[in-house]
Design a protein around this ligand. Structure first.
Ligand code: HEM
Length: 455
């Protein structure tokens, strides 16, 4: 404790600069983080919304928080509060550790090998439909806005894995539209707190209304499914409906709603961005694309993928990993100090929100030489073992690591392999897109591509 009190607090702009910081940060959070690292080093603080947050930008301090000293850190109360209207008290945000343990025990059965195989079947079917769809673009020569295209496909696949029964494919664009509309309101919640709940700006009002539509839809679905229960769980919602907490009580409608919305949100914000980036990077790097095509042709021999094929698509998976390294979906992931702690040689006080930043951690040249270059080969197993445990944190690390990683990887591999089997996607105008952050880190132009049938 004595030693701690000798330490300085992390450097960085103070509360008096909050407005200027918010403007620059909101315009491009990840470039702001990179600038702060260049100015202050890998641990700094800055005002974010009503409080100061400490950001970690290197693998060593991230490992201290996520692994070595994890009991001294919890989920951020502030993030949970900010995200409450969208994510409620769902597993990804809930700060109460005991309640998280209850949810964890309930949600893990969604990701057993048997359930993964069910999702695999649904996902292959959905991606095959998407590939057929691309054929029309190849014939007409029209440009495809790839991010939207992939998002629609992944959302459909996710809808079919979350809810085999009760959601129509036609509902997907409407649901996606509501999620998109809710973004402005949710960003305002982060910066203004509860004041956003009464903000009369038209976009924020529209965001609140969209969230109301999402809730009404999900509650209708829960009622329908409660009235039509099955013996063997077929999808994620069946698992939630059948679950019992440690006191043997079932989840109530609000608890189910929170976790359904969180799975929808988590699944559709992350995987589509990564897949789109992977295609963008391959379009800009034709040699690497050739390696993917060679592997896909050799492993699949012109047929639809089987579950066993996934493990054989090794280079394709390395492409996915490299896209995740360069463009981890979340600009940062939150925690909170549960006691006074030392991080990176600085004092971080109890209650301080903390964020670890994938964008900068994944660009640390000590772990990732020539960090801006697209080198899927970095992810061969032998090299992975030489890096710090938290040098790659796209899915987080430790107890709260992403539960859906295997589903996300499966969706990504299937999209990359099944599309590459038939078509080449070339970015309109060539080169690589810039980035923008709207929930996740996305190509700023949505990645318009020309579709060429492979001969
Ligand atoms: C490429 C795809 C994905 C990426 C990069 C990703 C990334 C992440 C990250 C960074 C976290 C936070 C980890 C932490 O706090 O340490 C997380 C949590 C979570 N993700 Fe994902 N995710 C992906 C796909 C999915 C999918 C498809 C699902 C479900 C269908 C999902 C469900 C979850 C859940 C439930 C949590 C909360 C885990 C917990 O707090 O215990 N994710 N994800």
């Amino acid at each position: 404790m004595d030693q701690l009190s000798q330490l300085r607090e992390p450097p960085g702009p103070g509360p008096e600069e909050a407005l200027a910081v918010a403007q620059e940060f909101m315009a491009d959070p990840v470039s702001y983080f990179a600038k702060m690292v260049a100015t202050h080093g890998s641990v700094f603080k800055m005002p974010l919304g009503p409080v100061e947050t400490v950001f970690l930008n290197d693998a060593e301090t991230a490992e201290k928080v996520l692994r070595l000293d994890f009991a001294a850190f919890g989920m951020s109360q502030q993030s949970e509060g900010a995200m409450r209207p969208l994510l409620g008290r769902s597993m990804p945000v809930v700060a109460d550790h005991r309640y998280w343990e209850e949810l964890h025990a309930i949600i893990m059965p969604m990701f057993t090998p048997a359930m993964l195989r069910r999702y695999f079947e649904q996902t292959v079917k959905t991606v095959a439909e998407e590939v057929e769809h691309l054929g029309h673009f190849a014939e007409s020569g029209a440009t495809v806005p790839l991010l939207n295209f992939v998002r629609q496909g992944i959302f459909t696949a996710l809808a079919r894995t979350l809810f085999v029964r009760g959601v129509e494919t036609d509902d997907v664009p409407t649901l996606l539209g509501w999620f998109e509309k809710s973004n402005d309101y949710m960003s305002a919640r982060y910066l203004q707190g509860e004041a956003a709940d009464t903000d009369p700006s038209p976009q924020i009002v529209a965001g609140r209304e969209a969230l109301g539509e999402i809730n009404a839809y999900v509650y209708r679905l829960i009622a329908y499914r409660r009235a039509n229960l099955v013996d063997e769980p077929e999808d994620m919602l069946d698992v939630l409906l059948a679950a019992r907490k440690s006191d043997a009580s079932p989840l109530d409608d609000e608890e189910i709603r929170d976790n359904v919305v969180a799975l929808f949100f988590g699944g559709q914000e992350t995987t589509p961005s990564v897949i789109t980036w992977a295609f963008g990077l391959l379009s800009a790097n034709s040699e690497k694309r050739e390696r993917v095509l060679e592997e896909v042709d050799r492993v699949l021999e012109g047929r639809a993928p089987t579950f066993q094929d996934l493990a054989k698509l090794e280079y394709t998976e390395m492409v996915l990993d490299e896209a995740l390294r360069l463009y981890p979906p979340f600009s940062f992931v939150g925690r909170e100090a549960l006691e006074d702690v030392e991080l990176g040689g600085y004092l971080v006080r109890k209650g301080t929100p903390i964020g670890f930043v994938g964008w900068t951690i994944h660009r640390d040249p000590r772990q990732w030489p020539d960090p801006e270059s697209f080198e899927p080969e970095r992810h061969v197993r032998a090299l992975k073992a030489t890096r710090g445990k938290c040098a790659f944190v796209a899915f987080g690390y430790g107890q709260r690591k992403c539960t859906g990683e295997r589903v996300g990887r499966m969706e990504g591999l299937l999209m990359l392999a099944m599309i590459s089997q038939r078509y080449l996607l070339d970015r309109k105008g060539g080169g690589l897109s810039g980035h923008q952050v709207i929930n996740s880190i996305k190509p700023s132009d949505g990645l318009p591509v020309h579709v060429r049938a492979r001969t």
